[in-house]
Design a protein around this ligand. Structure first.
Ligand SMILES: NC(=O)c1ccc[n+]([C@@H]2O[C@H](COP(=O)([O-])OP(=O)(O)OC[C@H]3O[C@@H](n4cnc5c(N)ncnc54)[C@H](O)[C@@H]3O)[C@@H](O)[C@H]2O)c1
Length: 331
């Protein structure tokens, strides 16, 4: 077990109860950190994917909302490193409620950056997304690729990234923007394509209903993404910079569905469902990462192959089918 350099550090993770956040919390604990987990306050006391850590003395749970600067400041006080993952992430819901994305993603990030400045944290790692690039104009996509806001979600993440980076330029706040391409694995919600397909397969559907089948994506297994967060947080060269996290391989959604049919051992036909199509100008047709910065600057390598990762994810969805409503399209 590698306990350095995280041993004994107090680390804040926002969005800690989410898919990537909870995986990052598990990894930080494995590396010896003390974790302050900022979880979105909900009146029905739900702790998302952190229920296995509720009584763990190494984890301090703090319920709050990133839109509240006072609560955010309390959460950041005394932390060495802040990993900011809290965000509204669904693209379809961003068509319905763009203002909520501005508040949570842009204003929330400003609150985090401001609190990190006030409390002099060693490093803020802010989470971006490959969606900010829009359809690849050149591939693979390097960090200097133009940013194209093809959805309100993408626009809000571009705003958030710029807010975080402005604190580096204007105030020398030690910020790194980590930009994951599509991440998948256990704990992901049914709003994402891989669990959406697997939930339909494991519930015995003979027809898998999907949006467009031709777009390509670069899928990274969640434990690889989490290791990437730790690697960039330790990388001096990444200060004030954006670092892509992706495998450098792409697969179309149609081919992915076929790979999932194999991984799940089920049999089904894939059909395109018009209700799941994005508006045409909003569809991102190609995302493929140039991951040289992550490899060369931070020494990061993805370790889990797509075949292996899809098998693990399939087994997790099969064992947790009650979390999904397979026949229904969740915005
Ligand atoms: N999953 C992917 O493929 C992917 C790819 C690129 C980037 N990202 C980014 O990674 C981060 C984590 O995404 P995820 O896939 O784990 O999604 P997720 O929805 O599981 O996690 C997001 C978390 O943010 C929390 N949150 C939402 N609004 C909040 C608020 N107002 N205050 C406090 N917390 C709030 C949610 O409760 C949730 O736990 C996001 O910033 C997302 O944009 C995800």
């Amino acid at each position: 077990m590698n306990t350095t350099p995280w041993a004994g550090r107090t680390v804040l993770v926002t969005g800690a109860e989410g898919f990537i956040g909870s995986t990052l919390v598990d990894l930080l604990l494995e590396r010896g950190a003390h974790v302050r987990a900022f979880v979105h306050y909900k009146p029905y006391a739900e702790k998302g994917h952190l229920s296995h850590l509720l009584d763990d003395p190494r984890v301090e749970m703090l319920a709050g909302d990133v839109r509240d600067p006072g609560r955010v400041s309390e959460a950041v006080a005394g932390c060495d490193t802040v990993f900011h993952l809290a965000a509204l992430i669904g693209i379809p819901y961003s068509y319905d409620s763009p203002g909520a994305y501005v508040q949570t993603n842009v204003v929330g990030t400003e609150n985090i950056a401001e609190a990190c400045r006030r409390h002099s944290v060693r490093r803020l790692v802010h989470t971006s997304t490959s969606e900010v690039y829009g359809t690849a104009l050149t591939a693979p996509i390097a960090e200097d690729h133009p940013l194209q806001p093809q959805s309100p979600y993408s626009a809000s993440k571009i705003g958030a990234d710029m807010m975080a980076l402005s604190h580096w330029h204007a105030f020398e706040l030690p910020v790194t923007v980590v930009r994951p391409f599509n991440t998948y694995g256990p704990r992901q919600s049914a709003r994402a394509v891989i669990p959406a397909i697997l939930a339909q397969l494991h519930s015995g559907a003979r027809e898998i209903r999907l949006g467009s089948l031709t777009p390509t994506r670069d899928f990274t297994y969640v434990t690889d993404t989490a290791r990437g967060f730790l690697a960039v947080a330790e990388c001096e060269r990444a200060l004030g910079q954006v670092v892509n996290l992706g495998t450098g391989r792409e697969i179309s959604i149609g081919d992915l569905a076929q790979a999932l049919i194999v991984a799940s051992g089920r049999d089904a036909r894939v059909v395109s469902d018009p209700a799941r199509l994005r508006p045409s100008g909003s569809e991102v047709h190609r995302l493929l990462s140039d991951n040289r910065r992550a490899r060369e600057w931070a020494g990061w390598e993805p370790e889990v192959s797509l075949t292996e990762g899809l098998k693990h994810t399939s087994a997790w969805v099969a064992a947790n089918l009650s979390l999904f409503a397979p026949g229904r399209y969740q915005v």
